[in-house]
Design a protein around this ligand. Structure first.
Ligand SMILES: Nc1ncnc2c1ncn2[C@@H]1O[C@H](COP(=O)(O)OP(=O)(O)OP(=O)(O)O)[C@@H](O)[C@H]1O
Ligand SMILES: [Mg+2]
Length: 470
């Protein structure tokens, strides 16, 4: 340990020298001996000792307590008094100042040693406590929150800087008088609940700050100050006005996007239906009429016109193909079966088509077999089903798919389960999986939800749930 550095302020040079010899022999370092107050102040300023040993009555009637005050307030260095007087008046005067010990001349060597050691360590300890307190205060002041300590009678005992900035110095005032300008405890007071059950509690509540209402989360924690007071609470007010506004803004723009995408979807659906009808009505009918004419010509050909007959037969095949393609195109755009026979029939038919097209074994079950839901929901379910099947065909490597449609307990459920490689959570939750995002959006727009996940037994399950009024 470093040696404790001392300045002796004593006008009796013999006494001072004697004390110095004692101190040095006990391991102290004596930086100087000052014989008057000016020398004392100069030496303290330049040498910065750990402790000053100061004669309480210096030559010329100088009051040592005044010098001690100056040393304390300017340099924060502890002073131990040295005096020949033990009268009450001198003691009382000394007690008015911050001092760390009181030694009576002639000084006992051991008492001198112990007193100076104690003075040094007490001062070190106090400095450390002060530094910690300051650090804690700086931390609490640098937080955005308003922080209070409240006693069992709801009086504010301690506040951080933000509270002063917002409400002024409100220590000693009851919290309900400060926050709500009321005489009794607020009915929803979280501190009250904390006092009752000893747990942390929070509420959200607006407070008027200046001319503005701000939204705060008020959190109260049981608190022990260690000062004998049993019930205290730490109340932390966090301003969430900005976060709440941003969240509302985000939700609003999400809602707008959802509405926009639903609107675009319904427009697209209407267009598709219209195009399908047009193709069906005009193209289909014209081609059919053409085929009838061609067949009439074929039947009414006279003489040996086999070559022409062959040609015409080929043309009729082409027309057949065109009619079939037109039908396929129409049902791809908007399957008439969905509008004519409903969701169960449309899914069953579409499942059979996929099976034919891909060779993947598909089973379809509907309970009830011919369930009816409103056109928006059946369109959404049908499109989601097609997207799920497209993913199975392109990504799963499955050779079997089970499709189940259920209506019951106020909910339509459509489950599409394949036995392929299984989708990973990352693929299912990626912000770039636009096919899946589109499916979810459709489900949300009908007030429903969509789960896409790998199954424990392998493969992927797409589950659509939409609440319906039966
Ligand atoms: N049934 C499935 N089995 C295995 N993986 C799947 C399945 N469905 C989807 N995935 C994986 O999830 C990813 C995201 O699917 P999503 O439908 O969102 O996009 P995409 O099919 O790749 O592209 P898009 O649908 O836009 O044409 C796919 O690329 C694929 O890796
Ligand atoms: Mg896809």
């Amino acid at each position: 340990m470093d040696r404790i550095r001392i300045i002796i302020v004593e006008d009796e040079i013999v006494i001072a020298t004697d004390i110095k010899a004692h101190l040095v022999s006990r391991g102290f370092e004596v930086l100087s001996i000052a014989t008057n107050s000016e020398e004392a102040m100069r030496d303290v300023e330049t040498l910065k000792p750990d402790v000053v040993l100061l004669d309480i009555l210096l030559r010329g009637g100088v009051d040592g307590t005044v010098v001690a005050q100056k040393i304390n307030s300017r340099f924060g260095i502890p002073v131990v008094y040295l005096t020949a007087h033990t009268d009450k008046a001198t003691l009382a005067k000394a007690e008015m100042t911050d001092f760390y010990g009181y030694l009576v001349k002639p000084v006992n060597e051991n008492i001198l040693y112990v007193t100076l050691k104690m003075a040094y360590h007490k001062h070190q300890l106090e400095t450390r406590i002060r530094e910690n307190e300051q650090r804690l205060k700086n931390i609490l002041d640098s937080l955005r929150d308003l922080i209070y300590v409240i006693d069992s009678r709801y009086r504010i005992l301690w506040i951080n800087h933000n509270v002063i900035a917002a409400f002024g110095d409100v220590t000693g005032i009851r919290c309900h008088e400060v926050f709500e300008k009321r005489g009794d405890v607020c009915p929803d007071c979280p501190v009250n609940t904390t006092f009752r059950d000893g747990q942390a509690h929070y509420i959200e509540k607006s407070l008027r700050l200046g001319s503005e209402d701000r939204l705060f989360v008020h959190t109260s924690h049981p608190f022990e100050s260690g000062e004998g007071e049993k019930k205290q609470a730490l109340l932390i007010l966090s301003d969430i006005t900005r976060e709440r506004r941003e969240m509302e803004e985000l939700n609003r723009s999400r809602e707008e996007l959802r509405n926009l995408s639903a609107y675009l979807e319904s427009v697209r659906e209407r267009e598709r239906t219209a195009i399908a009808r047009e193709i069906h009505d005009y193209m289909g009918q014209s081609l059919t009429a053409l085929k009838i004419d061609l067949s009439w010509v074929y039947k009414n050909l006279a003489g040996d016109v086999a070559a022409l007959g062959n040609k015409l037969s080929g043309m009729m095949d082409l027309v057949d193909e065109a009619i079939q393609n037109t039908r396929n195109l129409c049902s791809e755009l908007r399957p008439g079966i969905l509008d004519d026979l409903g969701l169960s029939a449309a899914l069953e038919w579409q499942t059979a088509e996929y099976e034919k097209m891909t060779g993947i074994q598909c089973s379809f079950e509907s309970r009830p077999p011919d369930l009816v839901v409103n056109p928006d929901i059946s369109t959404a379910a049908f499109r989601i089903f097609k997207e799920a099947m497209r993913n199975i065909i392109h990504h799963s490597g499955a050779d079997g798919v089970e499709i189940r449609l259920d209506l019951g307990n106020g909910e339509l459920r459509l489950a599409v389960e394949d036995n392929g490689r299984g989708i990973s959570p990352e693929e299912a939750g990626s912000g770039r999986s636009f096919g899946i995002i589109g499916m979810r959006e459709r489900a949300h727009h009908c007030g429903g939800e969509l789960e896409v996940e790998g199954r424990a037994e392998g493969g992927t399950r797409v589950l659509l749930k939409i609440p319906v009024r039966e």
